[in-house]
Design a protein around this ligand. Structure first.
Ligand code: IMP
Ligand code: MG
Length: 174
């Protein structure tokens, strides 16, 4: 892709790949015999999830949920808009949520409470990125890739107004 003056690479693709490898190793240790349901939160996690599951060499299922708490800007709107169609047989499964980035924590704290009510056998969270400086709700991340500072990031699935998801590196949008 053409270099753009408003983008600065923060996490190059090889560092992303190393973080995904480390996460996959930890998840393999914990889930290799559990046939987990890997729940990708759309849209931001689609690339991360596809890279992650291709490093998990054991039986699992993948499903997708779409939630959004963002309008078209960079700030959380504070309310979570849900389109939830839970997969068949959700109750009783070992569920691993895969999220791109935890920011205010509003989306995830809401979702974790909502899903816990549906009685999965277990419920854990894997996030590629964490921006703890912006946290408003406490969220426990079981498998965390990288901690980042308070900057707006795009690429590797992350967008700004639906753009830049296709960048292979994670970049700061200036
Ligand atoms: P939260 O509810 O504020 O934690 O919002 C989490 C969601 O906001 C993530 O799943 C992302 O989709 C989006 N988000 C948070 N920070 C960024 C960012 O820096 N760039 C792009 N999207 C972000
Ligand atoms: Mg997201």
């Amino acid at each position: 892709m053409e270099p753009r003056s408003n983008l600065r690479v923060l996490i190059p693709r090889q560092d992303i790949a190393a973080a995904v490898d480390t996460l996959a190793a930890a998840i393999t240790r914990d889930y290799h015999d559990k046939n987990p349901l890997v729940l990708c939160l759309l849209k931001g996690s689609f690339i991360f999830t596809s890279d992650l599951v291709r490093r998990l060499y054991f039986p699992l299922e993948v499903d997708f949920l779409r939630l959004s708490s963002y309008g078209s800007g960079k700030e959380s709107s504070g309310s979570v808009d849900i389109t939830l169609h839970l997969p068949e047989g959700f109750g009783g499964r070992h569920v691993l949520i895969v999220e791109d980035i935890i920011d205010s924590g509003i989306t995830l704290s809401f979702l974790l409470d909502y899903l816990a009510d549906k009685e999965p056998a277990s419920l854990r969270l894997c996030a590629l990125l964490d921006k703890p400086a912006r946290r408003q709700r406490e969220v426990h991340v079981d498998y965390l890739g990288l901690t980042v500072s308070d900057e707006f990031l795009v690429g590797y699935g992350l967008d700004c107004d639906e753009k830049y998801r296709n960048l292979p590196d994670i970049c700061i949008l200036e």
